[in-house]
Design a protein around this ligand. Sequence first.
Ligand code: MRU
Length: 361
Amino acid sequence: MSLQNQVYPVLWQADHVLLIDQTRLPNEYALVEISRSDDMAQAIKTMIVRGAPAIGVAAAYGMYLGAREIEVGDLKETSASSDRDFFLTQLEAVAQKLRTTRPTAVNLFWAIERMLKTARQTLGSVDYLKQVLLETAQQINAEDIETCQAIGDYGLSVLPREPHKLRLLTHCNAGALATAGYGTALGVVRSTWAADRLERVYADETRPRLQGAKLTAWECVQEGIPVTVITDNMAAHCMQQGMIDAVVVGADRIAANGDTANKIGTYSVALIAKAHNIPFFVAAPLSTIDFKITNGNQIPIEERDPVEVYQVGDTMLCPPGVEYYNPAFDVTPAALITAIVTEHGAFSPSQLQGELSEKVV
Ligand code: MRU
């Protein structure tokens, strides 16, 4: 499929990164120029860039930008090896700053570790190390697009073979905006559309930040993919009415047993899909699987500012004196997941461990 219509939320340009400001979509398409690692950390925290794989790519560039800021020449009478030690210590500090931006999406930590490992294993001058770090970030960026296309195609191959074109439901935004391009869950939607097997996609609006209504809908409109936005509490009704053939969602972190953290509300979608005998697919790259943790209880769940719950635009939704709870993600138990679609194929949750765990870079 051609990439011409594609959206690239994180793009390296000459000497800086361009981010699509996702907090402004769909009303405004604005680009933000990022030249410093502090600004990249802030962009991840404030969700200018969001979505697990996109956060990973952004963090990789953040690592390079931080590396670029490290000046070893200031040290008097240094040897090449102390320059290198100093550089690696400073780079660890950059990594630590980026690690504190968002806790749930494991792609962030995966990308940071890959950059650190590259730096540690690369021999040569500090200038050479910096160059290799830029190339590694660019590689992570390029790989993610290929990965998403493979996920899209494997996803298409496991979707139900109905006599009619498919009606797919998705939650949040796991599209081009949430990756380096193409998307995971929305990658499956794109591949299904390209194969002329999609009737339409139903997008849960995804309270509180409305990634479905704002971002998934925007992406679909860009490509002419038929999309119907529903509020989150309409999904069960749509399933009961026979309007949905399959659910496809993304993931922020998948435990070794297949338990999957994704945007808050995903768990309820999985439950109602099970109740209606509708297949529930998770589409995610290998970099989203955290083989270090055995089950979903160990996944850290980000809690965000309650303002996201009580205020929409300038409108206060609740009376004073109310308390709030705003977890950004929930965990869908593996038992509710039909298959996890990766760039290496589709696996039942129980199949994740084994040969797949050896493929993680
Ligand atoms: O809080 P967000 O918008 O970063 O959450 C995004 C999601 O939950 C996505 O579904 C997930 O990151 C997968 S993106 C391919």
